[in-house]
Write a protein that binds this ligand. Structure first.
Ligand SMILES: O=C(O)Cc1cc(O)ccc1O
Ligand SMILES: [Fe+2]
Length: 438
């Protein structure tokens, strides 16, 4: 799959797959070059402030009305949408799941989506869902778009070739792609079966967090985000388009590919980002800062500083803090934390939290380093230490995350997870101010 990208986050891009296909000087010429149809795809209300206003102009072989016909409702068994509160009986608690083997059945990116948690309400465009996906089959003649939100896709094993209306995106483990709400696409495997994580964001789009006093550089830099150049598929064979709309799945049969955009311009575009290009800023003298310093993308909720979803990573970095407990502290958080591991080990849980696995620390549920991590961090020598070959992430939302029936019944659910804190004994001794160990 050729990969040609234009660099920059939220840029006003323009691109054409045929010379002169993109109208110049106006959006809606009386007749478009090559007999194309002009169509606007709006990612924000027309009247959104300029800084949040997103739309693209697509010059396509057929208008989208020809890519939808009469819909028939279909079922996609394990893809759930908030509000969705299953009566599965799983008691409240901190939860962790091991990775799942790649299934032997034939699963596309859509049919292989398994929802672990839902939060908020798609009908009010608030909240999110956290999914695991398994892909063992390409969506050759199957196309999809999601009216319910944008999809942040993070492969953990195997790469994905994502063909979108605006062009081709290839990603592998360590990279993410974001497919905007309403954009048609299909997904294929680039090197065998793939599995990974998806955040479906029902709310306002992901954007870059403010850097405050950090200044103009570091964290996720704009130039490292890549959007595809125009590419189209001219195919006059039976195809299917599935639309996810307010939690329902609706399919229509069409006689051609809907990925027929020959040229486009605008700032509403899919993009990819290599998480290893994130430039972390952290504790260079003492203490453990809040994980918000590792926010790659944030989807605001309208209330300042209270995210609908933050996408946060825990990348390779040096740990140098002096006289400090270096791993995450014990904490109780109003935000709900869904974590995954792409590769390596996570410093608060060196064992049990495995690549492809999941942990869920919901609203106001205490968590922190396991006994092993506590001992290691409390008594280890504090020389500079590099955390290498490790990449964990978190979907952190203001809304409580409800575990689905699917998640509750998964055999990989670790019933002994909370035992990881069992060995944290009482060390308190009012006669020993200087505590040097048990
Ligand atoms: O719970 C977790 O492991 C994620 C996390 C990491 C960190 O460094 C600080 C707070 C936090 O929630
Ligand atoms: Fe946490």
């Amino acid at each position: 799959m050729p990969d040609h990208y234009m660099h920059g986050f939220g840029n006003e891009f323009e691109t054409e797959a045929l010379p002169g296909a993109l109208p110049q000087g106006q959006n809606s010429p009386q007749r478009c070059p090559y007999g194309l149809y002009a169509e606007q795809l709006s990612g924000s209300p027309f009247t959104a402030p300029r800084s949040a206003n997103e739309r693209s102009w697509l010059y396509r072989i057929r208008p989208s009305v020809k890519h939808t016909g009469r819909f028939a409702r279909i079922s996609v068994r394990n893809w759930k949408t908030a509000p969705h509160i299953d009566d599965h009986g799983l008691p409240l608690g901190q939860l962790r799941w091991g990775p799942q083997p790649i299934p032997s059945e034939s699963l596309t990116f859509v049919t292989g989506m398994r929802t672990m948690t839902t939060a908020g309400d798609v009908n009010t465009q608030t909240g999110m869902a956290a999914h695991l996906y398994h892909v063992t089959e390409d969506m050759t003649d199957d196309y999809f778009y999601n009216a319910d939100g944008e999809l942040l896709i993070a492969p953990q094993m195997g790469g994905l070739d994502i063909a979108t209306e605006l062009g081709l995106i290839a990603i592998g483990p360590g990279e993410i792609a974001v497919i905007p709400r309403g954009m048609k696409f299909k997904v294929g495997q680039s090197d065998g079966p793939s599995r990974g994580y998806v955040c479906e964001n029902y709310g306002a789009k992901f954007t870059l967090p403010e850097r405050g006093p950090i200044g103009a550089n570091c964290l996720a830099n704009r130039r490292d985000f890549k959007s595809p150049v125009a590419w189209y598929e001219e195919k006059e064979t039976p195809c299917r388009l599935t639309v996810k709309w307010c939690g329902g799945f609706h399919r229509t049969e069409i006689g051609h590919s809907p990925l027929d955009v020959v040229a486009w311009h605008g700032n509403y575009a899919p993009y990819k980002y290599d998480l290893r290009s994130f430039a972390p800023v952290g504790a260079i003298l003492f203490d453990h800062p809040d994980p918000s310093i590792f926010t790659v993308l944030t989807a605001p909720s309208g209330e300042a500083g209270v995210a609908n979803v933050d996408f946060v990573i825990f990348p390779e970095r040096w740990l140098v803090a002096e006289h400090s407990f270096r791993p995450p502290w014990y904490h109780v958080n109003i935000m709900s934390e869904f974590m995954g591991l792409i590769y390596g080990q996570y410093d608060a849980k060196a064992h049990g939290f495995l690549p492809g696995g999941v942990s869920l620390h919901n609203c106001m549920l205490p968590h922190g380093p396991d006994k092993e991590a506590f001992d290691k961090a409390s008594f280890g020598e504090l020389k500079p230490h590099k955390l290498t070959d490790s990449l964990a992430f978190m979907f952190e939302t203001r809304y409580p995350q409800h575990v689905t029936e699917y998640g509750a019944k998964l055999p990989t659910l670790q019933s002994d997870y909370i035992d990881c804190w069992r060995g944290l004994e009482k060390n308190f001794d009012p006669k020993r101010r200087e505590w040097t160990g048990p």
